[in-house]
Design a protein around this ligand. Sequence first.
Ligand SMILES: CC(C)(COP(=O)(O)OP(=O)(O)OC[C@H]1O[C@@H](n2cnc3c(N)ncnc32)[C@H](O)[C@@H]1OP(=O)(O)O)[C@@H](O)C(=O)NCCC(=O)NCCS
Length: 196
Amino acid sequence: MSTGDRDARPAATGAAAGQAGAPRPPADPARIERAATISFRRPTEGDYLRVVGVVDDWWDGRSLHLLLPRLWFQHFTGTSWIAEDESGRLAGFLVGFHSPDDPSIAYCHMIAADPNLRGVGLGRRLYQHFFDDARAVGAHEVHAITWPGNRRSVAFHLALGFRLEIGPDTQNLYGTPSVPGYDYGTEDRVRFVRSV
Ligand SMILES: CC(C)(COP(=O)(O)OP(=O)(O)OC[C@H]1O[C@@H](n2cnc3c(N)ncnc32)[C@H](O)[C@@H]1OP(=O)(O)O)[C@@H](O)C(=O)NCCC(=O)NCCS
């Protein structure tokens, strides 16, 4: 997995930044219309190939599909969500779980919306389902991490009420308090926590 130039950590721009930070144009009516038809359900193993098949594209061409092996669609379907439009086309997904070690925590591993359906509340609705699941089992917090260069993801999580987990191990990377080398000793991550 390549998530950026760790030494330089430049101010991310354009696709590398996930188009983040820049003012978002108003959603076009066709997008709003399609979004209105979206329904949500639990994934099955049968969804696996079509979901993993969009990962690299939906993450702006970054090669991230290795973060989503089939096991997520075998053992975590009861805590994950698929969004589809009325024709059954994949509109978004959230893959997450409730921590076996700490039942007060639910963890979102990956969330994404079809690039043609962004900015109309789909990501928010996916998380809403996940928050409801967490509350239903008595969890109090939802945790997530993201690459600090993915400014769209940072803005999205902050807009949804997540706070940054800042500590002695964090430093400003791409303008956001992050843990250098959080994963594998080489991959920087922002830590998010939200009460539910
Ligand atoms: C991050 C992502 C899931 C957001 O999905 P979305 O459906 O466009 O988000 P929503 O429309 O529900 O937006 C919810 C809030 O997030 C914020 N937000 C979303 N995208 C944003 C962007 N590009 N820039 C700034 N803020 C943004 C907005 O404040 C929005 O609130 P608003 O409706 O009041 O404007 C989507 O951009 C995506 O799939 N990105 C690629 C995958 C990824 O990076 N996932 C996160 C890491 S796992």
